[in-house]
Design a protein around this ligand. Structure first.
Ligand SMILES: O=P(O)(O)OC[C@H]1O[C@H](OP(=O)(O)OP(=O)(O)O)[C@H](O)[C@@H]1O
Ligand SMILES: Nc1ncnc2[nH]cnc12
Length: 222
């Protein structure tokens, strides 16, 4: 019998999945192993979820996991953050049959906007903006992004919503890292992410065992 972490579909993704396949037994977060390969080096500080969006079952399960904590909550509008947050945000909005509001990096909207500056994981100062005619006082908004690393981006989005009287009904991202900002968001808002507890430390360290599984599969094929 194989050790649990090598069994197909185990939540610990020390297993290599083909992009368009899904395991027979789907355990929590099974789709996260689709984030391999990572070809930018052994400890590249970026875990790229865009590969899991290619798999229809992975995308669907990811959206359902993200929405599970909010299933009894009132949500009036979904807001997604530029750019990768648009993918999940729009999918979430469509799943909930709600509208979608784009929170954009500054300079793209040709309408009146509210702006908020912030600093993200890159250490650089950035600006987020949102049109002024969408958020009304009391509107319950679910904020969706791909990732929370330092939390700078999500805090800016929260400010944009709250300064206009909107209510942050929740925050949903694939991963909320255990950073000061990530903890602040979790402590102050209802949050949802897709990372099972046994994988959290790997995500915080920006390295997944599934990268190794991918590499050893490649070596076997050569
Ligand atoms: O928690 P933080 O340190 O603020 O980082 C999180 C942000 O970084 C990533 O986006 P990025 O700005 O790289 O843009 P992209 O979506 O265009 O890839 C991610 O999707 C979040 O928006
Ligand atoms: N480490 C990371 N992996 C994926 N997306 C991110 N966005 C910000 N940091 C990220």
């Amino acid at each position: 019998m194989q050790p649990p972490h090598l069994m197909t579909g185990c939540s610990s993704p020390a297993v290599h999945l083909d992009l368009f396949k899904s395991p027979e037994k789907k355990t929590p977060g099974w789709y996260l192993s689709l984030m391999a390969p990572n070809e930018k080096g052994p400890n590249y500080a970026w875990l790229d979820p865009s590969r899991l969006y290619c798999n229809q079952h992975a995308l669907q399960d990811c959206i359902e996991d993200l929405l599970q904590p909010f299933k009894n909550d009132q949500i009036d509008l979904v807001a997604g953050i530029d750019a990768m947050g648009f993918i999940l945000g729009a999918a979430v909005a469509s799943h909930l049959k709600k509208g979608f509001l784009a929170i954009r990096k500054a300079g793209h909207l040709c309408v009146k906007t509210h702006n908020q500056s912030y600093v993200d994981y890159s250490g650089r100062e950035k600006n987020a903006e949102v049109r002024t005619d969408a958020i009304k006082p009391g509107l319950r908004i679910l904020l969706v992004d791909q990732w929370i690393e330092t939390g700078g981006t999500m805090k800016a989005a929260i400010k944009l919503v709250e300064e206009q009287g909107g209510i942050v009904a929740g925050v949903a991202t694939i991963c909320i890292e255990d950073s000061e900002g990530g903890r602040w968001v979790k402590e102050n808002y209802k949050c949802s992410d897709c990372v099972p507890e046994d994988l959290r430390s790997q995500f915080n360290e920006h390295f997944l065992d599934s990268f190794n599984a991918f590499n050893s599969q490649q070596m076997k094929n050569e």
